[in-house]
Design a protein around this ligand. Sequence first.
Ligand code: CA
Length: 431
Amino acid sequence: MTIDHTHDPSLQSWVTSANGHADFPIQNLPFGVFGPLAGAPRGGVAIGDMILDLRAVHGAGLLDEEAQAAAHACIGPSLNPFLALGAGPRIALRDAISALLQEGSDERPHLLHRAEDCIMYLPAHVGDYTDFYAGIHHAEAVGKLFRPDAPLPPNYKWVPIGYHGRASSLRPSGAEVRRPNGQRKRATEAEPSFGASRNLDYELELGIWVGPGNALGTAIPIAEAADHIAGFCLLNDWSARDIQAWESQPLGPFLAKSFCTSISPWIVTPEALAPFRTAQPARPDGDPAPLPYLNDPADQAGGALDIELEVLLITPDMRKQGLAPHRLSIGSSLALYWTPAQLLTHHASGGCNLGPGDLMGSGTVSAPTSDGCGSLLEITQGGRAPITLPSGEERRFLEDGDEVILCARARRDGAAPIGFGQCRGRIVPAL
Ligand code: CA
């Protein structure tokens, strides 16, 4: 994970909207799948307000052999073949695209589409989606609501807790989110009833894209785990808290979370994030060291990501009043108790085969402070302490028409700041 000429903060692009762009300057170059005004979905790279068409780049024959082979893996409607290639070809393609888009190189506007004219799709076919629980401040805050004396389960600091999510209901940013129906039961009610969730919530998470996989029955050593991670996105694990509370005994969430998970559509590569790598924060005194299969000096020294994560909310009334989205929280991915490599290695350690395009959620990322809670469950204390919005409205949980917007920014002195693009989702009424 080295810093090279593609990270040079003085680098500018002939795509002028990229220069100083909050998310997609030339130092980022994330991969996604888009549909242009006319034509089938294909791979692309976000650059400023534009998308570089990788099918067109491949067809133009502008790249050297290794980059051309990597571009060929991006010409179809999903990036699974590209994710399977791993770091070498991915870096070669990044290098070539950086050169292609740099100020001073031949300007080729015919390879670009205006992003606002394009439809974004999921970047890959997700064979499996797994959700972890690595946000320790979230786990503590939620645990306190139910078990004030022992908020964290006894296994928490030993094992990266996770469960298998539902891949079929993953949707890209902007897709509507239908309020789920399910069984829910208030404490005051004698019996459950079936109907629309009354406590709909979001969860702010980092998504981790799997690159090259492993064969069934084999593991991925922690020292090799980074080679199996193809990139990152934002992930909103929509959660129906009333359905969850009733159904998750003794197994985990089922209908409470299977109805939809939204992700930001761009895969931000490990290369783009190299300047924002940092040491995993030291564990508090008294915490156990990770077991040897999860403990790698290089991963501990530079395997964490320092990314600022923000959640915004806008309601139909706020739109009518012309108000800007209201910030619900701001925090950092450094609040994760496990590194992405530890999550991946643990996932495969039992012999489970991971595949290119599998997706892992980090778990809700909450800061230790009250301005950084990654869900309404924490912000409103399970609905007991409603928040007041700039429109004067109150919210305990999400109402129909509400839109949640997740954003991420990586910043560091001496590096060009980059972002992830938004992960948006608006609630539509239950069927
Ligand atoms: Ca979650």
